[in-house]
Write a protein that binds this ligand. Structure first.
Ligand code: ACO
Ligand SMILES: O=CC(=O)O
Ligand code: MG
Length: 532
């Protein structure tokens, strides 16, 4: 189906500040007009909502605690369900996620997972080339022409029964500085969504395959309503029936956990589920309580999904989703396969299995994996404990979760090793990101923007809310941080690790962010100024 030209805005006012010649097939006049139209219609609302985030955070800094909203009680108490879920998304027991790199897209589609979440967000360093090559790769995946030949001559093609594609655009906070409209920088979310929808919506709809989206880092039902209006407008411009574009929302901020019914309600014509984005959720807990010394978290390794505030969040998410006829998706275990060490690999796989067992027995309808080798591991657990396509019938009416349970402080310690690991992860991840890699293995764990943010936020909290002690009673202080950062920077510079050549820049950025009086909202915003 052709896009009616009359529905597209004129091109005037849109400027590209990067190579566009090489991407003429993606940056077509029609696609750019579509993005410009989204910007003109929706960007002022987006900026107002970002300002509301800042105001909300000021209230938390002044001592207020997040809570359920009084003005939306009728939505929480009312009887309503989301629109029917399409056949292609009825069974989502294992979803593989990964960056929009050509070879990885083919591997993910062939991985045996039910769904592939193609990620422009936590696992992407948003260089112009990464984002626009990613659009081309996805367009080729959708039209069936995608192929890749490795340096060794191995040819990659998509086989039978590929995973169903779900796309995650960037969050509302990130700009795409290479595109301006009427002199204003366009939102990364609208660029990622707009280009993907423009090029693929019609073809996907014709095959009953969407388009489907994962929506990241929302804080409120108003932010969900903005997405709803963007999707609805796009459907109308592209000539698709209302509700064709489906959305799964990541509940990965602390404010959002108090508005899960409201978020589903705002998107009820197109919501198919919520997902426990545990890593950003932990980061958001740290950020929300950046001024609350009584809610510091212990080191990252101790903040598992069995910690009471995380258990409460995941169980309330399941209960909420199932009451509304929506899927309750689990999240990502950070372990990845360990090559060349059978024992360590078996221990890592056992952790993944335990995590998936917790999810499936709690009532989750599916889960995420970070690597193709983990698909059979997660699938075996879900197959054994979830004989049906999903568990919408499991109501979890037994779950009673209070506001206090959702914000309960976690008990634990800070070890020197945990502190040092946070410094290393922050540095190495930031350096890799500056070099264009948004997801890297560090000490056999997947590290992406969300996991690195936890490390960064923890260091800031521990150092600014001192005096704190390590488990061996030594002081946690800036001198130790500076020493550790310098040592890791030296090691990284000399290593063959991703980002080695950006080590000094990354170290300077991490030092500035950690010493600053205020915890910055996102590492990726100041880092974007340095991204090639
Ligand atoms: C908090 C969140 O937001 S989670 C969601 C965001 N994070 C992600 O999506 C994580 C995605 N995963 C990855 O990027 C990678 O698995 C990493 C970086 C963690 C590890 O990467 P590597 O060390 O290169 O993995 P490894 O060398 O074992 O890869 C083996 C093969 O699997 C492929 N592969 C690894 N992960 C993936 C993936 N997620 N999707 C598709 N293919 C993958 C590799 O491309 C490689 O293919 P090849 O054998 O054909 O060359
Ligand atoms: O996006 C997922 C998360 O855990 O963060
Ligand atoms: Mg996330």
């Amino acid at each position: 189906m052709a896009v009616p030209q009359s529905a597209l805005d004129p091109m005037s006012g849109l400027r590209l500040h990067a190579d566009s010649e090489a991407y003429r097939d993606i940056l077509t006049p029609g696609a750019l007009s579509f993005v410009a139209g989204l910007h003109r219609r929706f960007d002022s609302r987006r900026r107002d909502l970002l300002a509301e985030r800042a105001t909300r955070q000021q209230r938390y800094d002044a001592g207020e605690l997040p809570d359920f909203r009084a003005d939306t009680a009728a939505i929480r108490e009312g009887d309503w369900v989301v629109a029917p879920i399409p056949a292609a998304l009825q069974d989502r027991r294992v979803e593989i996620t990964g960056p929009v790199e050509r070879k990885m897209i083919i591997n993910a589609l062939n991985s045996g997972a039910k769904v592939f979440m193609a990620d422009f967000e936590d696992s992407s360093a948003p260089t112009w080339a990464n984002q626009i090559d990613g659009q081309r790769n996805l367009r080729d995946a959708v039209d069936g022409s995608i192929e890749f030949t490795s340096g060794e001559g191995k040819v990659y093609r998509v086989g039978a029964n590929p995973a169903v594609l779900v796309v995650r655009p960037r969050g509302w906070h990130l700009p795409e500085r290479h595109v301006t409209v009427d002199g204003e920088v366009v939102s990364g979310a609208l660029v990622d969504f707009g280009l993907f929808a423009f090029h693929n919506a019609t073809a996907l709809h014709a095959r009953d395959r969407g388009p489907y989206f994962y929506l990241p880092k929302l804080q409120s039902m108003e932010e969900a309503a903005l997405w709803n209006d963007v999707l609805s407008h796009a459907e109308s411009v592209l000539g698709l029936p209302n509700g064709t574009m489906k959305a799964t929302v990541l509940i990965e901020t602390l404010p959002a956990v108090f508005q899960m019914h409201e978020i589903l309600h705002a998107l009820r014509d197109r919501a198919v589920g919520l997902n426990c984005g545990r890593w950003d959720y932990i980061f958001s807990y740290l950020k929300t309580f950046r001024a609350h010394r009584d809610r510091l978290l212990p080191e990252r390794g101790q903040v598992t999904m069995n910690v009471p505030f995380l258990k409460a969040y995941s169980e309330l998410l399941i209960r909420t989703c199932h009451r509304r006829g929506a899927f309750a998706m689990g999240g990502m275990a950070a372990q990845i396969p360990i090559k060349g060490d059978e024992e360590a690999n078996a221990a890592a796989m056992a952790k993944v299995r335990a995590d998936k067992l917790r999810e499936v027995t709690a009532g989750h309808d599916g889960t995420w994996v970070a690597h193709p080798a983990l698909v059979p591991v997660a699938q075996a657990v879900f197959d054994q404990h979830m004989p049906t396509s999903n568990q919408l019938h499991v109501s979890r009416d037994d779950v009673e979760v209070s506001r206090d349970a959702l914000i309960a402080p976690a008990i634990g310690t800070i070890t020197r090793q945990g502190f040092d690991n946070n410094v290393e992860v922050c540095l190495r991840y930031t350096a890799a990101w500056l070099d264009g890699l948004g997801c890297v293995p560090i000490h056999h764990l997947m590290e992406d923007a969300a996991t690195a943010e936890i490390a960064r936020a923890q260091l800031w909290q521990w150092l600014h809310h001192g005096p704190l002690e390590f488990s061996d009673h030594a002081d946690v202080n800036f001198a130790l941080f500076d020493q550790a950062l310098a040592a890791h920077c030296h090691r990284l510079r000399e290593s063959g690790h991703p980002g080695a050549r950006r080590a000094d820049e990354a170290a300077a950025l991490i030092a500035a962010l950690t010493h600053a009086d205020e915890l910055r909202d996102f590492l990726t915003l100041p880092a974007y100024e340095h991204l090639s």
